[in-house]
Design a protein. Structure first.
Length: 313
């Protein structure tokens, strides 16, 4: 049995169509269909039922799906273990929250490319809640995300990289003498309260008895910042890392203490074959974070993992 065909089967099920699976696999749709047909012939059962442009697993396909995922995962682990360097072979399957992808990751990935040209990184964007679930399930090797409100499982390694206190974001030309009065007076763009920082902001304003005039509520720091830049209101956001030149049309103001903060860090499973790759990337992220952060006096990630993978590029 060709395990490549098993991988194709899993991707087709997840994608829901031959065409989308072909796009994800960078193959022609006819090649994907031929691989599925060969797998069905090898197993002796029909695995997919087609309905128009979509597909779904048959009863037999549903029965073997999770075992197929396990086989594909173990084959990937075997290939990673079969490395003749200090580090396992890639690829590293990395999840990233949007602000980390735009702010923290670019410089670290540039350095990774220079040091470890033969080790690929596949990046999957997503919300922090989705990414932590995929890491725990073994669907991702690691993720850069916002620390959740619940305790990390003991099966995971968690490395904090950046503390981001809440700030008031206003159009650049706005005069602010009292941030809380400004929030109460101006049209307000609320950060989605279903995410960690959005709830922190909402709780903070409630403690200060501030009832903002909410115009919009949405997830995504960058989209909110663009609305603020257009003069549509002010917002309370975490002081996020930005990649490249920051928008001169907005200005950040400190909020009265004590001000809550969110923590962005990296998480991976201790048991993952590719955990050494995650550890090295965490070290590069720590070296390239935009500014020193306040917090407990601990060794940096780079010091903890210094020398891991040296000479293995």
């Amino acid at each position: 049995m060709d395990t490549t065909f098993l991988h194709t089967f899993v991707v087709v099920v997840d994608a829901g169509s031959i065409a989308e699976a072909a796009r994800r696999l960078d193959l022609a749709p006819t090649t994907v269909a031929q691989q599925i047909k060969a797998l069905e012939a090898d197993i002796g059962s029909k695995l997919l039922a087609r309905s128009g442009r979509t597909v779904r697993p048959t009863l037999a396909g549903s029965r073997i799906l999770e075992r197929a995922r396990l086989v594909v995962r173990e084959v990937g682990n075997l290939r990673s273990e079969a490395s003749d360097t200090a580090l396992p072979a890639g690829p590293l399957r990395l999840g990233s929250a949007p602000t980390a992808l735009m702010g923290l990751l670019p410089s670290a990935l540039r350095e990774w490319k220079q040091r470890y040209q033969g080790i690929e990184i596949f990046i999957e964007p997503g919300t922090s809640a989705t990414l932590i679930s995929k890491v725990i399930a073994g669907e991702l090797d690691a993720a850069v995300l916002v620390q959740p409100s619940f305790a990390m499982p003991k099966t995971c390694e968690w490395v904090p990289l950046r503390n981001e206190p809440l700030i008031l974001l206003t159009p650049a030309g706005m005069k602010v003498t009292d941030p809380l009065q400004t929030i109460a007076r101006e049209p307000f763009i609320r950060y989605d309260r279903s995410v960690v920082a959005g709830k922190l902001a909402d709780d903070y304003l409630r403690r200060h008895y501030v009832r903002p005039q909410v115009q919009f509520e949405l997830d995504g720091i960058e989209p909110i910042a663009k609305l603020v830049a257009e003069g549509l209101g002010v917002s309370v956001l975490p002081d996020w890392a930005a990649s490249g030149q920051q928008d001169a049309r907005v200005r950040r103001w400190a909020l009265p203490a004590p001000c809550p903060q969110r923590t962005v860090g990296m998480v991976w499973l201790h048991s993952s074959v590719r955990s050494p790759l995650a550890a090295v990337l965490a070290g590069l992220l720590d070296l390239n974070r935009p500014a020193p952060e306040t917090g407990p006096s601990t060794a940096t990630v780079a010091e903890r993992w210094r020398g891991v993978g040296a000479g293995s590029a």
